[in-house]
Design a protein around this ligand. Sequence first.
Ligand code: FAD
Length: 367
Amino acid sequence: MAEFNNTNLADFSGVWVFCEQRQGELQPTVLELISEARKLADDMGVEVCGLLLGDKVEGMAKELGAYGADKVYVCDDPALATYTTDAYAKVICDVVMEKKPEIMLIAATNIGRDLGPRCAARLHTGLTADCTHLDVDVEKYIAFLKENSTLPEAQYASINKEDRNLKMTRPAFGGHLMATIICPRFRPQMATVRPGVLKKGEYNEEKANAVVVEKLPVAISEADIKTRVLEVVKEAKELVDLTGAEVVVSVGRGISKDVEKGIELAKELAAEFGGVLGGSRAAIDSGWLTADHQVGQTGKTVHPKLYIALGISGAIQHKAGMQDSECIVAVNKNDTAPIFDVADYGICGDLFKVVPLMIEAIRAAKA
Ligand code: FAD
């Protein structure tokens, strides 16, 4: 491995996003990351660069530009057509060591969760996994250090504006608190970010046309790749698209009295809005719904226009995945259920009685 000094922070610049594509399709969450990277880069006065790996993927650069990338580095090679940890980690680390980005964002998809730590370890830098919020605020950081640090003054006094740190926030201790983590001594600062938590910006045709594409040479040999993908088998059943849905109706343990009826009512209610069915972890752990329906800290993060929680208590881990919804309606028979703290409209009552009335009222309003 080439000599790589990543403690000289001033050598590093730019906010980078690993632009995950699968079988020639850009993962939607990448556009959320590019949009967020744009905001961070504007605060810092630096460039946003996309890093795109694959085989004949250059055509995707335009879309990345439309959401905020100034430049897209393209590593095009048949060996990168399908994701393998070895090939992708090698190519990414080679590019990072040469170009030296200050920040590197990766979506916390299955691929991102595999790739991020591998690259961070090779680059000898830190990675905060599964972030839900990102920010750069050097002033507040210095103030915090001055108040709380037991470090000698000389150490925090050496922190200047050039050493701006990315504040990477993620749930900790089972979701009971949010931890904000920094990586002050090494670069790049790496984070994987949960799909769905950041908002995608607006498509901008002008920016799409202005994006600079730079093709980079790929130095990879068969010996670098220890695994070979023989076939990609897609799951036959259709998974529910919670993150992209405008309306989500979720059920919790409150349907236990009659699970079949509870799910049927929730589906019926969702159908009135063209929405999809979600669930609390209790509903998933009980085997009532498959794991792709789970909303929350260890499930999906959603921010639909309308979120309806039926028989869900509102544990902190559930709220972590839905509290940013535009409008929240909760139905619960216990008037002290914490879900009511985040609900815009709360209905205290038995969901088996309330939901049929809701469906009836919606149908009447539509008629
Ligand atoms: P309960 O807490 O049992 O609540 C059921 C609610 O239904 C009650 O409020 C009750 O009043 C109401 N009810 C009962 N009958 C009726 C009725 N007939 N009509 C109306 N209301 C009724 N949870 C998640 O959801 N998502 C996650 O991603 C997640 N991740 C986790 C990660 C960790 C590390 C941990 C420790 C926990 C996690 N949990 C998660 C679990 C979470 O702590 C709660 O246990 C779970 O959310 C509870 O689900 P619930 O609200 O459906 O069930």
